[in-house]
Design a protein around this ligand. Structure first.
Ligand code: CA
Length: 413
């Protein structure tokens, strides 16, 4: 696949994350207004789809697609309308388009735009589908012999998170208080988390509802698109609370997502296979085609790169995670968000969390901001990701958050 040229000149650069091939879905709040509007990114501009639709420029079967400030409405219409809408937008913004003059007035500079959540997150589930991460964390928490739980090679393990704590990139994160008990503590104590961490993940956004078990192929068809996702994690709270029901308050402070939903259609040229299976999967999870993506990912701490990995390091695809989620009859809804689990690679420099990078604090990282085992107050952590085609890239926009100090003890009299 090569670059699709646009009359928006900045979209034709090999450096822009947002060429015409991408057209990711976002939302912004115009200056002096309160309500968000749906938009797409093109080069260094956003295209106000809400306004263009209101003026009749992007009409698809007279459907109201961009009216609500989030993209759940488009998702509900299903894959045929997703494709028709994308085709229409591509035609409007392509080089030589007859609509150029009419469309130019809907462009606004991205740099100064105030972005807003592109989706109303219905529910949030977080998986644990990265083998290197699960092995590293398992080794630290339970020892090398018990690193991978016995179920891990047979099912994508997950837990039900909270949609209410999913935030847009750029929102500051407050260090949480919690109940902590280290291995040398005689009793649990109440304190701000001292081992606050990131998790480099990608989120899949479910674009079609289901009611009952669905196949891996149907699950893939139901996925609308992908975002970068940082599942902020308090490791000291997690270590004390996680058995037997899994993480709870350790993961409930915040989960940040990047501002643009990159569609499955834009990622199509970058599909790749899941890894060879050590244990044959049961029929409901079996691989039916390449459903991972080759997307280089990285983490920066105060602007300095501390890890590089790739989405294709996952053991289970988002389609397998979604299919597995439904086998009990669990209904899925438009806007459901599935976190992939932390995506680490085989080497130290490929680890997607500080817990792994510093090996639980035993091997602190040397950074330009000083030694780090976990996040310090004021640190800014960012996730970056883009798939690379022939002379263009499909970027996500960064997923950024700065850690603010804990508040004073909320229970001190
Ligand atoms: Ca996670």
């Amino acid at each position: 696949m090569t670059l699709l040229r646009s009359w928006v000149e900045t979209a034709n650069s090999a450096q822009t994350p947002f060429p015409l091939n991408n057209l990711p879905y976002g939302a912004y709040i115009p200056e002096g207004e309160e309500n968000p509007r749906c938009c797409v990114a093109i080069g260094d501009q956003l295209f106000d789809v809400h306004a263009a639709e209101a003026d009749g420029l992007v009409d698809i079967d007279r459907l109201s697609i961009a009216g609500t400030g989030v993209w759940n409405g488009l998702m509900e219409y299903g894959p045929q309308i997703w494709a028709a809408f994308r085709t229409r937008l591509t035609k409007i913004l392509a080089e030589g388009s007859a609509d150029q003059e009419a469309a130019a007035k809907y462009l606004h500079p991205l740099e100064s735009a105030r972005l807003s959540m592109p989706v109303t997150v219905a529910e949030y589930t977080d998986f644990y589908a990265g083998r290197h991460h699960a092995t590293n964390v398992g080794t630290m928490f339970r020892g090398a012999e018990n690193a991978l739980p016995p179920n891990w090679l047979h099912i994508p393990i997950g837990y039900n998170g909270r949609a209410s704590s999913v935030l847009l990139s750029g929102t500051d994160i407050r260090r949480p208080w919690g109940q902590l008990k280290g291995p040398n503590d005689a009793a649990p104590r109440w304190a701000p988390s001292q081992r606050f961490d990131i998790e480099l993940e990608m989120g899949a956004i479910v674009g079609q509802p289901s009611d009952g078990p669905i196949s891996v192929d149907q699950a893939n068809a139901n996925i609308f698109g992908y975002v970068l996702l940082n599942d902020w994690s308090a490791r000291d709270i997690q270590a004390w609370e996680y058995q037997p029901l899994g993480p709870f308050q350790a993961k409930a402070t915040a989960t940040s997502i990047s501002p643009w939903i990159v569609t499955k259609a834009a990622l199509e040229p970058f599909r790749c296979d899941t890894p060879a299976r050590e244990k044959e999967l049961l029929p409901h999870l079996r691989d039916t085609g390449p459903m991972l993506y080759d997307i280089p990912l990285s983490v920066t701490l105060n602007g300095e790169t501390i890890a590089r990995t790739n989405y294709n390091e996952l053991y289970y695809s988002a389609a397998q995670q979604l299919a597995h989620h439904t086998i009990s009859g669990c209904p899925m809804r438009v806007g459901d968000l599935l976190g992939s689990g932390t995506i680490s690679g085989p080497e130290r420099g490929n680890r997607g969390s500080l817990l792994e990078l510093s090996w639980g604090g035993k091997e602190p990282l040397e950074t330009k901001s000083g030694q780090r085992s976990f996040i310090e107050d004021g640190d800014t952590l960012a996730l970056h990701g883009a798939a690379y085609g022939d002379g263009y890239q499909i970027g996500f926009g960064d997923c950024v958050g700065t850690l603010l100090p804990a508040l004073d003890d909320p229970f001190k009299g």
